[in-house]
Design a protein around this ligand. Structure first.
Ligand code: ADP
Length: 587
């Protein structure tokens, strides 16, 4: 782990101070030592000069055997130093601290040589005789311009060293204290600099873990403060963007969930990345396992898979109709490449056109039916008019007969147009229904009574079975009577003589179900789903003069009541038409 900011600031700072203080201490102690030695040298030089001056006359006499030990001792006591008197030839003539006779010739001692050349000389070295560092200062002694000898004063440097050491200690202690203080200060400054960064790091970590509300109050106006403000701004923007994305995602999910078209997105590897409920329903796939499986496994139809593969290969949109099966939906498949998102990714849209196709069929049938329905009466009217013009007018009884037939045709046409008009008015909601609670008998019985003579004429047995205590139904009595009349009328029409037409009414949940059952010709299974369509006639040959609009009108009336109407039938055995009406509920 790399060291923290605190240490990275503090360590070099402390190091710098330690180096600076050590350097300063060494330099100072050296300077002081030098100054000490200089002043000592000057002092010893002065003393040597005085001794030389005093002893110059005696040295000038140069009497053999003359010794200066007494004088040397005297000055040594006086100056508290070692004093040596040396002759011009280098022979030691007087010595305060040592046995002079044991001492060798001193002419070539460095300080003596220097004094010989310059008048005064000094040297620091280990004394061979006393074994300590000494400072020697020698003075050339002259008389009448002639060198007569040398006076040398020496002092051990012990004292100097002790003084310098004391000073060194003082300087080092001061340096140590300064370093300690500076280090403390450095840590403090480093800590102050690092703390906001640490806090910022903590908040950034929280944001990265998903807490988008984490913020930091900027406390300073420096770079860290600017960084904090910039970070807060960034977090605000991030939160805004994420919120927007989440909302958008939610909206998109809602659109996908609720759209009627199936939508599938596949990735570059051909796996399903998104599938909406409509696609699951249309393809009959398993919603839980579809995600992540290969498109081929989910789509299962080779035409859809081929189309998808072509789109992937050629990176071009592909559109094709696909009829999955007879009872299955008729699909329009649109495959669009999503090249921008990922190479090979595709969007597959499955539009269920079954209803559109059915409506188209119904419309086509409607037009062909209405033309057909109009053509027959119009052709017969034309024939009758032609006959009249071609001479029938001259034969009044025949003319009257023709006119009667023309009237019948016109009535049939009028009825058809009226029924059509009524149907379209009901469909478009222009007819107002006066829905009120009515007894079931009130809607069933009048229709029955009206049609009873017709049933008897057709040799049919008409029966009614109404459960007692039926609740009131919510109905526009007049309209519902029209529905029941139509159903019973159809039952009579499509039941051969000797048959039976039974009407029943029973309560079921919050509905009353009125059924009209007959033992007639029945309706082929293929026609059964379509008999409530306009003009639909299951068996044209046997439908007589019917327009095929009765059941369509009945259906719309029942739907307007919030009820249901349906038919069950076995061809050749009979049919049952049922109407469910809502009952009045106690509020
Ligand atoms: P229509 O005026 O021709 O009777 P509807 O709409 O009432 O018209 O009936 C439509 C078609 O439904 C009829 O032509 C007939 O083929 C069939 N149908 C209706 N009711 C019955 C029934 N009880 N038994 C058999 N077929 C029926």
């Amino acid at each position: 782990m790399s060291p923290s900011i605190r240490w990275r600031i503090a360590v070099p700072y402390v190091f710098l101070i330690v180096v600076a203080m050590t350097g300063l201490a060494v330099y100072l102690s050296n300077v002081v030592r030098g100054a000490y030695l200089d002043s000592l040298e000057a002092q010893l030089g002065g003393e040597a000069q005085i001794i030389g001056d005093v002893l110059a006359p005696a040295l000038a006499q140069d009497k053999p055997g003359t010794t200066f030990d007494v004088q040397a001792n005297h000055y040594a006591d006086l100056l508290d130093a070692r004093v040596t008197i040396i002759g011009a030839d280098g022979v030691v003539l007087g010595e305060s601290d040592e046995d002079r006779t044991q001492m060798d010739n001193h002419l070539f001692r460095p300080e003596v040589q220097q004094a010989l050349a310059e008048g005064q000389g000094s040297s620091i070295r280990l004394s061979r005789t006393v074994e300590v560092d000494m400072m020697y200062v020698a003075q050339r002694v002259e008389s009448d311009g002639k060198v007569v000898g040398f006076a040398r004063v020496a002092l051990p440097l012990r004292q100097v060293e002790a003084n310098v050491n004391r000073l060194r200690w003082a300087v080092f202690s001061a340096a140590l204290l300064t370093v300690g203080g500076a280090a403390l200060l450095a840590l403090l400054i480093a800590e102050r600099t690092a703390r906001p960064v640490r806090e910022l790091t903590r908040v950034v970590q929280r944001v990265s873990e998903g807490d988008l509300h984490a913020r930091l109050l900027p406390t300073t106006r420096d770079e860290v403060g600017t960084l904090t403000r910039a970070f807060n701004q960034m977090s605000d923007r991030l939160r805004g963007t994420i919120t927007m994305l989440v909302e958008e995602r939610g909206r998109l999910a809602a659109v996908l969930d609720n759209m009627a078209d199936g939508a599938i997105i596949t990735d570059g590897d051909g796996h399903v990345r998104l599938i909406n409920p409509a696609a699951v329903r249309i393809l009959g796939a398993d919603e839980k396992t579809a995600m992540g499986r290969s498109f081929a496994e989910v789509a299962r139809d080779h035409r859809i898979i081929d189309l998808w593969q072509q789109c992937r290969d050629e990176c071009e949109e592909r559109v094709a109709p696909v009829e999955v099966g007879r009872q299955q939906p008729f699909l329009q498949v649109i495959v669009t490449p999503l090249q921008d998102a990922e190479p090979g990714a595709c969007l597959v849209i499955l539009q269920d056109l079954t209803r559109v196709r059915r409506l188209e069929t119904v419309r086509r049938d409607f037009i062909s039916n209405i033309s057909h329905e109009l053509r027959t009466p119009l052709a017969s009217l034309k024939a009758l008019a032609d006959t009249l013009r071609d001479g029938a007018l001259e034969d009044p009884p025949a003319a009257r007969r023709f006119l009667n037939r023309m009237e019948v045709e016109v009535d049939a046409l009028t009825q058809m147009v009226q029924e059509l008009l009524e149907l379209s008015r009901i469909e478009s909601g222009q007819v107002g229904f006066e829905i009120a609670p009515v007894p079931v008998a009130d809607v069933v019985n009048p229709s029955l009574e009206r049609l009873r003579p017709q049933a008897e004429r057709a040799d049919l047995q008409l029966s009614i079975d109404m459960a007692p205590d039926l609740p009131l139904v919510l109905a526009d009595a007049e309209r519902v009577r029209q529905v029941i009349t139509n159903l019973v009328h159809n039952a009579i029409k499509f039941t051969p003589p000797g048959g039976e037409v039974a009407i029943s009414a029973k309560a079921g949940g919050d509905e009353v179900i009125i059924s009209v059952r007959d033992t007639g010709v029945g309706i082929p299974a293929d026609d059964l789903p379509r008999i409530f369509e306009r003009f639909y006639k299951a068996d044209r040959a046997r439908s007589g003069g019917g327009t095929g609009l009765g059941l369509a009108i009945a259906k719309h009336i029942v739907l307007a009541h919030g009820g249901r109407i349906w038919a069950e039938s076995v061809e050749g055995r009979g049919s049952t038409f049922s109407v469910a009406l809502r009952v009045q509920t106690a509020e």
